[in-house]
Design a protein around this ligand. Structure first.
Ligand code: ZN
Length: 168
C-alpha cells in the first residue's frame, strides 16, 4: 500500500460503498493502520491508498484502545464550530486552518457488519470530518482559509507538477 498524493484523481471523487464486509476488508484495514502509523498520521481513508472503498481508519488519541474503523460512514448530526490546524498524508508539508463542526454524530458499519453510531467532539470530531470528506472526494485545502491557501500555493503547485511529470 502506498499513499497517493494530491492531485491524484482517486482523491477527488466519491468512493464506492462497501457492500460486503468480510476477511478481505479486515486485511485492508490492518494494512491501512500499518501505513498510517508508519507515516505518523492520525487518520487514513481508503482512497488515499488507492482503494475505491468508503472506509477509513483513525486513531486521534494514539492509544491502541482508541483505534477507529468506519465503513460506509455518514454524518447524521453536527453541532458548533471549531477552527484548527490540519495536515494530510496526501499533502506532504502542507498545513492550514480549517473550520469544522465542533461535534458530530456518525453512523457507520463496523468490521462485524454491525450498524453503529459514534458521537465525537473536538479533535476526534475534526478527524472524522476530515476522513469522511476524503471519502466524498473532498480534500482539506478546499476548506482551508484563503490566507493559508495562499501561504501553501507554491507547495501545492509543486505537488501538481510532480503528479503531471509522473503521468508522462
Ligand atoms: Zn487527509
Amino acid at each position: 500500500m502506498m499513499i497517493l498524493h494530491y492531485p491524484h484523481p482517486l482523491l477527488l471523487r466519491r468512493t464506492q460503498d462497501v457492500d460486503e464486509i468480510g476477511d478481505h476488508v479486515l486485511e485492508i484495514v490492518r494494512g491501512m493502520f500499518e501505513v498510517m502509523y508508519k507515516s505518523e498520521g492520525i487518520g487514513l481513508a481508503a482512497n488515499q491508498v488507492g482503494l475505491d472503498m468508503r472506509l477509513f481508519v483513525a486513531n486521534p488519541s494514539n492509544d491502541p484502545e482508541g483505534e477507529i474503523v468506519m465503513i460506509n460512514p455518514e454524518i447524521v448530526a453536527h453541532d458548533g464550530r471549531q477552527v484548527g490546524d490540519e495536515g494530510c498524508l496526501s499533502f506532504p508539508e502542507i498545513y492550514g486552518k480549517v473550520t469544522r463542526s465542533s461535534a458530530v454524530e456518525v453512523e457507520y458499519y463496523d468490521l462485524d457488519g454491525k450498524l453503529c453510531k459514534m458521537e465525537a467532539a473536538d479533535l476526534p470530531a475534526r478527524v472524522l470530518q476530515h476522513e469522511i470528506d476524503h471519502l466524498d472526494g473532498v480534500v482539506f485545502i478546499s476548506k482551508m482559509s484563503p490566507g493559508d491557501r495562499t501561504v501553501n500555493s507554491r507547495r501545492l503547485k509543486e505537488l501538481e507538477n510532480k503528479f503531471l511529470r509522473s503521468k508522462k
